[in-house]
Design a protein around this ligand. Sequence first.
Ligand SMILES: [Cu+2]
Length: 267
Amino acid sequence: MFPVCPHRNALISSVSLPHSAILAAVPWMPGNGALHGAIFDRLMGWNLAILLALFLLAHLLLIAALLRRGAASASSAAKIPSLLTKWLPLAGLCVLYVWMAVTAERLWAADRFAGPAPASMQVEVTGVQFQWYFRYPGQDAAFGATRPRLIDAAGGNPLGIDPADPRGHDDVISSVLELPAGREVDLRLRSQDVIHGLFIPGMRLKQNAVPGMVLHVHFTLQQPGSYAILCSQVCGMGHARMQATLRVVPPAEFDRWLSTREHAVSR
Ligand SMILES: [Cu+2]
């Protein structure tokens, strides 16, 4: 098992308060396959529970006000809420939302600013109208250089890997993102044309790919299975079909798959 970011464990324990059993029982979200997903889901649960409670309270007050409309002038004392009942719930809500905002901010930063573990797996994700490409660095653990002028999808070099760079000779390109379960993965996102949005709902992950930039996001895969990969930015006429699949498999199966791919691709 590979080490995980220590901030995540603290975050998990910080949001482990019990929330609505109804919200927990209803499958609002797709199945979660990432380590940080439990924190994300609990925050969503708290948000939904609070909004539901406020929604019901607002409507109860509205109905009560309508029913008492005729007799409102009879009692003036009942119309004056005490300082406690008026401001204490509001103060409590403010504290709760500040706590959730800080927790969400830390969760966001833990996947981007804290940095991955040194043993994390490197995968490059490139968005191009309207396709995702996934590149593995091979046994040398180093990506080969790419040149825009060498991009030739029809010729078998969709990322423009420079054949003069020996680091790229064992690189593997796939249209399926295959990853080993139980391991931390550091994705480096690039785009060849416009802004694309890598969105993996099952991993509770969303990160833009911006032309001219290399953006990193890292997370730990927990649950084997197949997960949909979508584009969350409207990137052109073919945006809706810009989809791919993430397959999380046992490490031995992943090694077999990667070795097969390495033999299949020669540069
Ligand atoms: Cu796109």
